[in-house]
Design a protein around this ligand. Structure first.
Ligand code: EPZ
Length: 429
């Protein structure tokens, strides 16, 4: 298994290109199942999760062609051409769905297009129990008959889906995607209330509009979808990754330095960026991105809780915690989305952080220095929080289980090395 070695202490200076958003690319790829025509997606990040979903979609019969490199486009991601002329298999097996939760979102499109689906329940996950009740209730409201048998969701809608009014009792990104995708091919109007407002949901909705669906309320918590008998092909560019943007912004704030994050924009993560002036860093919008700067001087503590968009994202909670481990004072971070998203805490402690956990709340007492150590993490965002802490720590850290990082960060070492970090991947051979 690959490892990443980091010698901490270098400031970050330079330019970091931001990739397309993983959490938009995945549902956009799934949207290709809704049409027999070609869906072209630009700015797709080259990530393990994207490649795994590509395999899952191929298993359903989706053809995928990827454009090779083009001059001058090294950082513009890849272009995927997806064509689901025929769906040849409506089963998504356990071996695949258990490896990536987002693949469960094929359920809605399969029922909508084929009138049937057999999709494995996603199973447990390191960050919490993560049920799928909201997905299933939403799809039932659209007319799907759903039963659970031997770990599989078995769904039928032989006469197709029909529009309905769905009020989610809780905000769920995945359930919103699943119902939105299905509703685009349902008869009549679907209204989703208390829909997730995450920018990735908006990106999927905009792509569905290009494919022919009628959708009002994009970016709000009420989505009004006019379904169509058939959808067409389209060309869509994946929006920039706001979590990657925030991660690098916090890394620069942690190490000090001056970095421009290119190809992204402040509207995608206002709440997360609002933290930076409070802790002592500067943020400015540039023509094509965001500049983050921190001179010498202390990091100030912060109190924050995670919330659905536009609140503070749970996917940046671990990175923020790494940033304030060396603050001048005590920070308090409350995690309200997932009940068990604190696996980074004990690893940050190995680097010298002083963190106490009480239920959903972490209290982080700033320490003057972190010290390098071997660490590992059990999920993507936790892993990258260890990278941030290791960039600050004195001496050498070794991050194990790098495959978590590869699921969601494209060319992480390369991007950081170019800004002066001493970071190196050690291949298992
Ligand atoms: C998406 O997961 C993201 N994944 C997650 O990012 C992100 O942390 C999460 O949204 C919250 O923003 C992708 O986009 C691929 P949810 P999702 O349904 O859709 C509960 C990353 O690191 N819930 O919004 O699975 C659930 O347990 C990943 O990139 C139900 O109770 O999250 C949680 O407490 C990790 N019933 C809350 O809702 C349901 O049926 C929000 O989960 C569904 C969810």
């Amino acid at each position: 298994m690959d490892r990443i070695k980091i010698i901490g202490g270098n400031r970050l200076n330079g330019v970091i290109p931001i990739s397309g958003a993983k959490n938009a690319a995945l549902p956009l790829m799934i949207a290709s199942m809704l049409t027999a025509d070609r869906l072209t997606l630009k700015n797709v990040p080259n990530l393990a999760d994207v490649n795994l979903l590509a395999r899952i979609l191929r298993n359903h019969g989706v053809d995928l062609a990827v454009d090779g490199k083009r001059p001058g486009t090294t950082h513009l991601g890849e272009t995927f051409h997806l064509t689901a002329r025929d769906i040849v298999d409506t089963t998504a097996p356990y071996e695949m769905v258990s490896r990536m939760r987002a693949s469960f979102w094929v359920l809605g499109p399969l029922i909508a297009r084929m009138g049937q689906a057999k999709v494995s329940l996603p199973g447990g996950c390191a960050i919490g129990t993560r049920p799928v009740d909201l997905h299933l209730e939403g799809l039932k409201a659209l007319g799907a008959d759903i039963e659970i048998d031997a770990g599989y969701v078995i769904a039928k809608a032989p006469k197709g889906l029909r529009g309905a009014r769905i009020i989610f009792p809780k905000v769920s990104v995945g359930a919103t995607h699943n119902v939105l995708l299905a509703a685009a091919l349902a008869r009549g109007e679907t209204v989703i209330e208390n829909a997730a407002r995450e920018p990735e949901v908006g990106d999927v909705a905009r792509c569905l509009v290009k494919m022919g669906a009628g959708i009002d309320g994009i970016g709000t918590s009420t989505l009004r979808i006019q379904g169509r008998d058939r959808l067409e092909g389209a060309v869509h560019t994946v929006l920039p990754d706001r979590i990657e943007t925030g991660t690098f912004a916090y890394a620069v704030a942690a190490t000090g330095g001056d970095v421009t994050l290119e190809g992204t924009n402040v509207e995608l993560l206002e709440t997360a960026l609002a933290v930076l002036p409070k802790i002592g860093a500067e943020v400015t919008a540039t023509a094509n991105g965001i500049r983050v700067k921190r001179d010498n001087g202390h990091i100030e503590p912060i109190t924050i809780e995670t919330q659905p968009f536009p609140g503070f994202p749970t996917d940046l909670q671990a990175q923020l915690m790494a940033l304030v481990t060396t603050a001048r004072g005590t920070s308090v971070i409350r995690e309200t989305i997932f009940e068990n998203r604190f696996m980074h805490v004990q690893e940050l402690a190995r680097l010298g952080a002083d963190i106490r956990l009480h239920g959903d709340t972490a209290t982080i007492k700033g320490v003057p220095h972190l010290r390098g150590a071997p660490v590992m993490a059990t999920d993507l965002r936790a892993s990258v929080s260890l990278v941030i802490a290791a960039l600050v720590a004195e001496g050498e850290s070794m991050i194990n289980r790098v495959y978590h990082l590869d699921r969601g960060f494209e060319r992480l070492e390369e991007k950081l090395t170019r800004c002066g970090a001493a970071i190196e991947r050690i291949s298992a051979g």
